[in-house]
Design a protein around this ligand. Structure first.
Ligand code: AMP
Ligand code: TRP
Length: 333
């Protein structure tokens, strides 16, 4: 019997410095799970071309990419089972993005992107690259003809654009690309501990996110200070801060504490200090495990993984761009 072809998965993350608990539970942990599933073939990318669309320090960018790679490896990505590389090392992505922009992306649809609206407000200089960001994202995925993209909820609109670009290209130039589907994580949104009504994110400020590099003291202090009550709630509704702590406990797999504390809550006997202790223990256990693995990864090895990753995917990207050049009329005259 013919072996069934593996389904190709692609995802990307910006080199933002260190990962936080939201990135880990909402995205990266899912990347690791997919690599362990034999029906998938997984390609993961650190998207530095995307990162240069807003203000940044050029001299820091290589280090940011390297540290992100090291974090991903520490979280469990395995270069034996996944390709891991830095986007700018495969410049074909930008050529495909240009062809998509020129032939099958409408100005109006980019104007509707909520991430663009959010990231462009209050900026002194809004680059055209920030505007066309989702087209490069579509090229990242489609250059490998990947059909499955594990991301958090906030990226769904970008994936819809990728699907439209792919459909339009196929219709105009002949069937070339697959349909792009998001693979959403069960825990798709971890909220800020300080303000449980907004999502945990680096851009919200220091006290809003829990970095995976936190020390045990830092973890315990942050969890202890987590906001639990935010004014009166309708009868029978759990406050968002408490719900977030239960969500984190569940996501980290501590079912035993989760169910006994939930029973306390339902009986009206929950002591927040007990919930917080359990959450802090679970977070620290995860951070500690990742930190140990991180320390065991020499920098030279991380560079080698990235080099080999880029070498492995480059021929795939090249083949798609050659095929596309042919289809759109840019083959050698
Ligand atoms: P970002 O750090 O915003 O560039 O996000 C990188 C990845 O992590 C994306 O796939 C996001 O959907 C995911 N992510 C970021 N923040 C959270 C959060 N608070 N909860 C769940 N997922 C998140
Ligand atoms: N835009 C994504 C984010 O902000 C990062 C990204 C770039 C990406 N290219 C991608 C995600 C391709 C999935 C697939 O998180």
């Amino acid at each position: 019997m013919e072996e069934k072809r593996k389904k190709r998965v692609f995802s990307g993350i910006q080199p933002t410095g260190t990962l936080h608990l939201g990135n880990y539970l909402g995205a990266v942990r899912n990347w690791v799970a997919l690599q362990d599933d034999p029906s998938y073939e997984t390609i993961y990318c650190i998207v530095d071309y995307h990162a240069i669309t807003i203000e940044y320090e050029a001299s820091e960018m290589p280090r940011r990419s390297l540290e992100m790679a090291r974090d991903l490896l520490a979280c469990g990505l395995d270069p034996g089972r996944s390709q891991i590389f830095v986007q700018s090392q495969v410049p074909e992505h930008t050529e495909l993005a240009w062809i998509f922009q020129a032939t099958c992306t409408a100005y109006g649809e980019l104007q509707r992107m909520t991430q663009f609206k959010a990231k462009s407000t209050g900026r002194e200089m809004i680059s055209v690259g920030l505007f066309t960001y989702p087209v490069l994202q579509a090229a990242d995925i489609l250059i490998y003809k990947a059909g499955f993209v594990p991301v958090g909820e906030d990226q769904v609109q970008h994936l819809e654009l990728a699907r439209d670009v792919s459909r339009r290209f196929n219709k105009r130039f002949g069937r070339t690309f697959p349909t792009v589907k998001p693979l959403l994580t069960p825990t798709s949104r971890i909220m800020s501990l300080k303000d449980p009504e907004q999502k945990m994110s680096k851009s919200a400020g220091e006290s809003h996110f829990l970095p995976l590099t936190a020390t045990e003291d830092e973890v315990r202090t942050m969890v202890k200070r987590a906001v639990t009550d935010v004014g009166p709630r309708p009868e029978g509704e759990m406050s968002p801060g408490v719900a977030n702590l239960f969500g984190i406990l569940e996501a980290l797999g501590d079912e035993e504490h989760h169910s006994s504390l939930m029973a306390d809550y339902e009986a009206g006997e929950l002591r927040y200090v007990d919930l917080k202790d359990a959450v802090a223990d679970a977070i620290w256990e995860t951070c500690h495990r990742i930190q140990e693995r991180r320390a065991a990864y020499p920098e030279e090895r991380v560079r080698q993984v990235l080099r080999e990753g880029a070498e492995a995917v480059r021929p795939l990207a090249r083949a798609t761009v050659d095929e596309v050049r042919e289809r759109v009329g840019l083959a050698r005259p």
